[in-house]
Design a protein around this ligand. Sequence first.
Ligand SMILES: *Cc1c(COP(=O)(O)O)cnc(C)c1O
Length: 403
Amino acid sequence: MTIRSALRAEARRRDEADPLTKYAREYITDGAIHLNGNSLGPPRASLTGALDRVVSDQWAPRQVQGWFREGWLDLPRTIGDKLATLLGAAPGQVVVAGETTSTTLFNALIAACRLRPTRPVLLIEAESFPTDLYIAASVARLLDRELIVRSRDGFDAYLARHGARVAAALAAPVDFRTGARRDIGPTTARCQAAGALSVWDLSHAAGVLPVDLDAHQVDLAIGCGYKYLGGGPGAPAYLYVPARLQPLLDLPLTGWHGHARMFAMTAEFEPAPGIDRARTGTPPVLSLIALDHALDPLVEVGIEALHRRGRELGEFFLECLAERAPDLAGRLASPRDPDRRGGHLALRIPEAEPVEAALAAAGVHVDSRPPDLIRLAFAPLYVTHEQVWHAVDALDHAVKGAR
Ligand SMILES: *Cc1c(COP(=O)(O)O)cnc(C)c1O
């Protein structure tokens, strides 16, 4: 048996031995291999039926009464509670208001700064996702604070040295380029010791990595619904506010759905008690239904098992790569230690864009980030070991073809 076929047999053995493999059949993949679940994953086949039921059995017969009689009005909170189980948060602390990640971050950062009115600095990691850098810069301008941008170690060093100047510090548990992890616990503890608010962007971690928000006593967290959570293109974002901060939080986006008595229609804003104060206006129900539907299998499996499976798939990818294309294995831009990574890996390949296109033509979806990164994500429920084996084959071909 060649190494190639031995690896394939091993892939099949691992898939057969893992009860999570059966979930892959639930997703519409049309024979393609989706290694871009950190960007947008495939839908579950039952989504069309779920949406059709809302349109045909709820919206059409009930019309506006659907808000009250079908639970639409509560979706931001009921979906938030479902999502909370994946984030290590007790109920009543996560809301899906129907905003984008960017507006949710804006809301969170301003509220964080308002809790520390006399502190001059807003601290952010240099490796942050672009929108995080842009929003943080805008918030700093708006509130007349100084934006301090520091890369990985410099961020911690700044907190240690000048923490008393920091109102809020924004970081991500997974670097969106390399997949490198930043541990939530120690950085949050550093913020706490300095009296600064810790704000986490979980977009690249939720659904694939335990984040244990309550256990780490995180102050605020946000993230998007369309990456590993699978809520579909443009799925709404979520906001975590721990119970201890809810009564104090003065959010800048004060829509009528966040009012203590929404239907009293008063002229003065009075924030709702609890997480409901973080709601804004009428939420996008169809998008919320799609996100709710996507969360079901993730919640059923649980974050520990999701993490275990994603990690095994990533390790199998690297094992296959080391055997089949050792030169490519040497181009890993991510930490080799799986404990130091999130759900994706990045390879430095100078021909990243044509390689991405060649892979897509071969039915393997990855993504490239300029100038030379190929990112491959190992979403736990719709990627199999056998697909990973295929992907390594296709990647080897694509890189050779691009040279
Ligand atoms: C994907 C991502 C975003 C995206 O923001 P949108 O408003 O949803 O476009 C923001 N932050 C991080 C860390 C991300 O990974």
